[in-house]
Ligand binder design. Structure first.
Ligand code: XUL
Ligand code: CO
Length: 441
């Protein structure tokens, strides 16, 4: 049975096509630097946004019309698996991602929940046998159910901590069973509202303990996926513990976990932290911590996580610049942690949204690649920092100076000359590269 009978396999038709259900830029087979776009971009579909959620918002119930809406319980979970593989194949995404409760409903207790999960995992495994589609990552939802009200690994209630451990243990087993290439920890409710009732030190220490137990158990069962932390500064708690990459990295270093984890960087989380997407990617990259990406975008006029499909070509280009410079994402990918708007409630909108996201990343990829080929930003940066290539600058970076030598040098300076940063012309240059891509050059 087909769930999306009005949609055929989406093909690359190029810029001249006006078929909305065709790629204009994303050509999965096109090779750039020896790799096909499909191999390099590693697109993933987020199960929760595409198959589980119904477009509810805080002011109103769900609007989504979905071909599986007539089912309930385990039948619904099974219908979603069938529909999801049809969707993955038609859109041509090589990966997908899920939380445990996206794929199977929670039962009355943990045993029942795990049983439901086992049934659906076996079904997914079967579908994977006849398909090229792989699991980019899975994770545990430890934020929706009321038990997580005070957090999971950072809860004030040790019984909840134990329940969280059991959920992640199961998640690691499921990841192994389905060949997941990564396992994600997004903070969920790991954070706090007020210090008035919070033991901040115990909560951080417990989070460190929890991650160590996860690493140990993965080793024990031979699950060698890359572990990823997904930082977010706020929402649902006021102070999320994994605020951004920089603070997450400090946490990992303090607790001796930095060689076991990398980061899954989400664009909308970066902007909520007051950073650009590319800042987070760059900080992770220069520290060897860039693992994977949740590809979406926020609305600059709103202060929450709107999880929109990515369409800002400028930001996407700068993000792809970081990813190319990183030599790709390794076992990571570009997971569309993005939902169609509440008004885009028809099943076809799911395809339109993914086609757009994939096309936009293909544009960003091409433009960033051209920028790098022409060494545009590299030359600008090399010139800007050229004072460190010789004389006193070279002594500084080679560690051959100290305050006394530098004072001596400074006292003998006649005039300090700074050069213009040329920001306006640099931005214009990046835009010219983008416009050439529009023109199909
Ligand atoms: C929440 C978020 C999550 C994670 C996985 O803001 O991004 O969906 O990606 O738990
Ligand atoms: Co995310």
């Amino acid at each position: 049975m087909a769930y999306f009978e009005n949609v055929n396999k989406i093909k690359y038709e190029g810029l001249d096509s006006n078929n909305p259900l065709a790629f204009k830029f994303y050509n999965p087979e096109e090779k750039i630097n020896g790799k096909t776009m499909e191999e390099f971009l590693r697109f993933g579909v987020a199960y929760w946004h595409t198959f589980t959620q119904d477009l509810t918002d805080p002011f109103g119930s769900g609007t989504a019309i979905r071909p599986w809406n007539n089912y309930t319980g385990m039948d619904l979970a099974k219908a979603r698996v069938e529909a999801s593989f049809e969707f993955f194949e038609k859109i041509g995404a090589p990966y997908f991602c899920f939380h445990d409760i996206d794929i199977a409903p929670e039962g009355d207790n943990l045993r029942e929940t795990n049983k439901n999960l086992d049934t659906i995992v076996a079904m997914i495994k079967d579908y994977q046998k006849d398909s090229k589609v792989k699991l980019l990552w899975n994770t545990a939802n430890m934020f929706s159910h009321p038990r997580w009200v005070h957090g999971a690994a950072t809860t004030s209630n040790a019984d909840v901590f134990a329940h969280a451990a059991a959920k992640v243990k199961k998640g690691l087993e499921v990841g192994k069973e389905l060949g997941a290439e990564n396992y994600v920890f997004w903070g969920g409710r790991e954070g706090y509202e007020t210090l008035l009732n919070t033991d901040l030190k115990l909560e951080f220490d417990n989070l460190g303990r929890f991650f160590h137990m996860a690493v140990d158990y993965a080793n024990e069962i031979g699950f060698d996926a890359q572990f990823l932390i997904e930082p977010k500064p706020k929402e649902p708690t006021t102070h999320q513990y994994d605020f951004d990459v920089q603070s997450g990295h400090a946490f990992l270093q303090k607790y001796g976990l930095a060689d076991k984890f990398k980061f899954n960087i989400e664009a909308n989380h970066a902007t909520l932290a007051g950073h650009t997407f590319e800042h987070e990617l760059r900080y992770a990259r220069i520290n060897g911590m860039l693992g994977s990406v949740d590809a979406n975008q926020g609305d600059p006029l709103l202060g929450w996580d709107t999880d929109e499909f990515p369409s800002d070509l400028y930001t996407i280009t700068l993000a792809m610049y970081e990813i190319i410079k990183n030599g790709g994402l390794g076992s990571g990918g570009l997971n569309f942690d993005a939902k169609v708007r509440r008004g885009s409630f028809e099943p076809e909108d799911l395809f339109h949204a993914h086609v757009a996201g994939m096309d936009h990343f293909a544009v960003g990829y091409k433009v960033a690649n051209k920028l790098i080929e022409d060494q545009v930003l590299e030359n600008i940066v090399a010139d800007r920092y050229s004072s460190y290539k010789e004389g006193i600058g070279l002594d500084i970076v080679e560690g051959k100076t100290d305050f006394k030598k530098l004072e001596d040098y400074a006292l003998n300076q006649t005039e300090i000359k700074n050069k213009s940063g040329r920001l306006e012309v640099i931005k214009a240059t990046v835009n010219q590269y983008l416009l050439r891509a529009y023109a199909g050059e």
